[in-house]
Design a binder for this molecule. Sequence first.
Ligand SMILES: [Zn+2]
Length: 274
Amino acid sequence: MPDRRPEHPAMPELPEVETVRAGVEALLSGSAILHAEPHRSGLRQPFGDLSALSGPVRGVRRRAKYLLIETTKATLLSHLGMTGSWRVADSPRTHDHLTLHLADGRRLVFNDPRRFGLAALLDGNGDHPLLAELGPEPLDPAWNGAVLHRALRGRKAAIKALIMDQQVVVGVGNIYAQEALFRSAIRPQRPAGRLDRGTCDRLVDAIRNVLQEAIAAGGSTISDFVHAGGGTGLFQHRFRVYGRGGQPCAVCATAIRRTTIAGRTTCWCPRCQR
Ligand SMILES: [Zn+2]
């Protein structure tokens, strides 16, 4: 049997969160929040006081895998955890934890069966401790091969572990790290500090391309129910190495190998990746 089982079936990565961001923004566009109604004290962390969240919605942004729902008065920081979703609710469901009452009468509800999600307001300066340590955004043009090369200098850990390090670059999880390393022909075990500048350029391009393709593939799923479950939308049909241990490489037909790096399953082609 080919190995198709994802390690964490519902753990959203950056493209899925970006798809959810676009979906939530479409649902909130032109609307205003009257008030937030929590149905429990919190999830992964306490919700804290959400009473300042009201007013016309300015937009919905993404930072790493966090959503930022911004009104004229406050910003709600939210994370989907493993099983979180936002929906326009007609009727309550089990695991509804937070309701945003909108001025047009709709209710936008955060539902999360496993409760690893998060919702909290940013402080008066627009900060939150969870945002403080985050590295650069992979899709920001300011992040490039030179920046990555500097960040990797002297680091002995495997390159795959470091591109999943949120202080090096945010939002690159286990799936897209493997795919980007395949596309840039880099063996995932290589000590990060030994990558030269040209290789870092290639890796940055590959990370950006794989994320953008996945966002484009997920962009057609926007509806009244926005979630990141099921992993990767249509993009999962394009995986070259992720979950393909033992299968032939799509480029050279060599059997894809599987190992564990920093505790995470990792697949790579021993011939294409050096
Ligand atoms: Zn190959």
